[in-house]
Design a protein around this ligand. Structure first.
Ligand code: FES
Length: 162
């Protein structure tokens, strides 16, 4: 999988995130979410969990508990691009399952998996406010809706080309 930043740079950024939020266990969730965001593989490694627990002066089990409680946090590497399929009410009504089938067929993976080239992971998401174009997907900060096979193919190709 492609590494966009070195470990040193990553730990430096973790220090910055902790400094910004304040080194307190009360800020743990916000810190973890941001650390995951800057990780090129969208997860938090065991070493990073240990590092954060030391920095916040809290037991490592507290950090692992938060990691396992919040589904938005992952302890496993994900693809460079995470495709989130909304399965909340509006997208349910608009039959997100069909869109999911198209994506799974296009990427040859199921929800919860990562493509063998490490480019894409597929996961469910709760509503991210794109109900008017449901069923919708989100890739990074970009939201797409009302997709047919061709539009979907083009979007995925555009990410492959990056
Ligand atoms: S319900 Fe899917 S984006 Fe709102």
């Amino acid at each position: 999988m492609e590494k966009l930043i070195t470990d040193d740079a990553l730990y430096h950024k973790i220090d910055e995130i902790i400094a910004m939020h304040g080194a307190s266990k009360h800020n743990l969730l916000a810190i973890l979410l941001e650390v995951q965001e800057i990780n090129p593989n969208h997860y938090i490694s065991k070493d990073e969990v240990i590092y954060i627990s030391k920095k916040l002066d809290t037991h490592v089990s507290n950090v692992f508990n938060v990691m396992s409680f919040y589904s938005a946090l992952s302890d496993k590497p994900k693809g460079r691009y995470v495709i989130q399929i909304c399965n909340s009410t509006c997208c349910k009504v608009s039959k997100y399952e069909k869109l999911q089938e198209m994506i799974e067929k296009e990427l040859k993976i199921k929800v919860g998996e990562t493509t063998s080239d490490g480019m894409f992971s597929l996961e469910y998401s709760s509503c991210f406010g794109a109900c008017d174009i449901s069923p919708a997907i989100k890739i990074g900060h970009e939201v797409y809706g009302m997709l047919d096979q061709l539009k979907l193919k083009r979007i995925i190709e555009s990410y492959r080309g990056n």
